[in-house]
Design a protein around this ligand. Structure first.
Ligand SMILES: *Cc1c(COP(=O)(O)O)cnc(C)c1O
Length: 377
């Protein structure tokens, strides 16, 4: 089936009791058992929930994966992935990952005996060089936030195969509409469904997708054992959202291309970073492994003062953390998402005080451009 057909139908059968087209919200913590040892396969809400199951099948299908396992947040799903490791194991990680991923790995799980190497995975040679005897996982995020650096997924997966390592890809920025890592050889895909997949800034959630039965079994076990499961209502909202994922992603992409091109002509925009621009150093790789470029644009306006003025004057773009929603947002990574990274470290990879990150929504492109135009003035 095509992407949109799957998005609307996969995992969602009309309710057998009433024929309801919309998957019901099974808002229950437990289930009546027929007699001792006999039940309908549903025992307890943490372990089994049909609304959640529908969402898991739905998103797994969109990623062309066999198994989906839902979590209460993107970070909860990353925590579950770390449960594939044991004390003393090592992971190689992209050095420019989501800040919360860094915090969970380096500041929390390291104290529990897991080891991490942070490397620039945009050059896969760095991955190979960082592999040790105790390495278990290669964990990449592509494109990264906010510098939009790419990592070659296929090349990374090949390195993993050759070294018997698990290849994990955080696919939050592209969504399965524009990038499907399993097809490029990755073993595990994860999402903060909070972002594009849900896309309406009203749910926090996570998802892990894999084709590997052993990995699935372990993650499924952890989902129940740790208990960071999403609520039935959040699953229902996310399921409702995936129905429009294709149309939303197309619009995010079309708007972002227009805005990136517009900004490239502006004197104040010292550097416009967008994988869809020919000026992006990895534009060719973007075309190879993604079928669109997404809705995230980062722009260096030269100074903190300029960045402040522009952000304060934007009217449609709202100053906020997070991304991937239908409404356009703007953020200042140096003082918001990446404030914990020391200035010298930040500037090494181009994250200057003048950098603004736009999460381009699906409003009319003309209005968004007019908003930026008046803010630049
Ligand atoms: C937001 C985000 C996460 C964390 O997800 P939450 O749902 O906020 O827990 C992980 N990775 C990326 C790329 C993100 O943008």
């Amino acid at each position: 089936m095509g992407f949109s057909t799957d998005a609307i139908h996969a995992g969602q059968i009309p309710d057998p009791t009433t024929g309801a087209i919309s998957t019901p919200i099974y808002q229950t913590s437990t289930y009546a058992q027929e007699e001792l040892g006999v039940n309908k396969g549903f025992e307890y809400g943490r372990t089994h929930n049909l609304t959640r199951q529908a969402l898991e099948i739905n998103i797994a299908t969109l990623e062309k994966g066999k198994y989906g396992i839902a979590f209460s947040s993107g970070l909860a799903s990353i925590q579950a992935i770390l449960g594939l490791m044991k004390n003393g194991d090592h992971t190689v990680v992209s050095n420019n990952v989501y800040g919360g991923t860094y915090r969970l790995m380096e500041l929390i799980m390291k104290e529990y005996g897991l080891d991490f190497s942070w490397v620039d995975t945009s050059d896969t040679k760095n991955i190979e060089n960082a592999i040790k005897k105790n390495t278990k996982i290669i964990y990449i995020e592509t494109p990264t936030n906010p510098m939009l650096n790419l990592t070659d997924i296929e090349a990374t997966a090949k390195i993993c195969k050759a070294n018997k390592l698990i290849c994990v890809v955080d696919n939050t920025f592209m969504s399965p509409y524009f990038q499907r890592p399993l097809g490029l050889g990755a073993d595990v895909v994860l999402h903060s469904t909070t972002k594009y997949i849900n896309g309406h800034c009203d749910v926090v959630g996570g998802m892990i997708i894999t084709n590997d039965f052993k990995i699935h079994e372990r993650i499924k076990y952890l989902q129940n054992a740790i208990g960071a499961v999403p609520s039935p209502f959040d699953c229902w909202l996310t399921l409702r959202a995936t129905k429009t994922l294709a149309v939303r992603m197309k619009q995010h992409n079309a708007n972002a291309i227009k805005i990136a091109e517009y900004l490239s002509t502006k004197f104040y925009a010292k550097k416009v970073i967008y994988p869809g621009l020919k000026s992006h150093p990895q534009h060719e790789l973007a075309k190879k492994q993604m079928s669109g470029f997404g809705g995230m644009i980062s722009v260096d306006f030269g100074s903190l003062d300029n960045a402040k003025k522009i952000i304060n004057n934007l009217k449609i773009f709202t100053l906020a953390e997070s991304l991937g929603g239908v409404e356009s947002l703007v953020s200042h990574p140096a003082s918001m998402t990446h404030a914990s990274v020391p200035k010298v470290e930040r500037e090494k990879f181009g994250l200057t005080d003048g950098l603004i990150r736009f999460s381009v929504g699906i409003e009319d492109a003309e209005d968004l451009i007019a908003d930026i135009e008046q803010a630049l003035k």
